[in-house]
Design a protein around this ligand. Sequence first.
Ligand code: AMP
Ligand code: MN
Ligand code: MN
Ligand code: MN
Length: 304
Amino acid sequence: MNKHQYLPIDFHCHSTYSDGYYNVATVLQKVKDNGGKYIALTDHDTTKGITEARQVAKKLDLEFVAGVEISVTWNNSLVHILGLGVDENNAELNQVLQEMRSNRILRGQKISANLEKIGIYGALEGALSYCANPENLSRTHFSHWLVAKEHAKPGKAFEKYLAPGKAGYVSQEWLSLEKAVKLITNAGGVAAIAHPSRYKFTRTKLIKLIDEFMSYGGIGIEVISSSHTPKDIEDIAALCRIKNMYATMGSDFHTEESYRTIKVGVNRELPAGLMPIYEKLKLEIDISKLAAEFNQAQSIKEYI
Ligand code: AMP
Ligand code: MN
Ligand code: MN
Ligand code: MN
């Protein structure tokens, strides 16, 4: 028996429009197969998948939320900011995201050159072979190739080559925190700090990030994330309560991974006493009814 209830809600996942492994139709079919109901597609620095995803979601009877995950450089660290409920046709948002993506191929060339210096050849072509569109080229695509070529074990390519300080790393100046939050808000969305525990900031630094983020109009924080341990969830939930933020939940699904279990479309329930972000997303969710229906359907599935 699981200690926590699970809910068919997921406000964070990726497709081949960024560094996800599956196309939109496949990701959403997985959501459906897992019993998911409310889903946001949040590809990195792009809204290009939203129109297609909305159509597929409708066919599958899923409740769809347009999303984006924006790369931000804050105090020399990479921070991800989720925009939920954005207008995917917002001109300013799309123009800024387009500029950001145009730098990705250039950075990819530099990553590849760095890897050559340590005797790893063909990384750019290799990474591109995993990438549906070169403007979305991500370190994730390099990691797939590095693992396939056995330069790294599954789940280890970042710590071996791609993380800051490693041989393949190339630093990149992404958007400012202020710009990202304001773009999202101006596009009608709500901004949330993605997977806060992943940054390994001290509590003081995390609070500084939160305070700055909120001063620009950000309101949300991702409490439930596949990057979070149970202790991380409790710590972030406590901050969420203190700061009066809205809590969000996301699988951050990119693909099935041998080293961790993630179900796209499904997340653990929020800890008690938090304001859920869907209250800000114009979604009518009767949470106890949803939970009861979902958990009953799941137990029937498991029984069969
Ligand atoms: P990029 O936007 O190209 O800098 O790539 C960032 C992406 O790499 C993130 O969105 C994650 O999907 C992935 N990533 C970052 N750090 C790790 C890690 N330590 N292990 C696995 N994936 C990671
Ligand atoms: Mn990613
Ligand atoms: Mn992220
Ligand atoms: Mn993500």
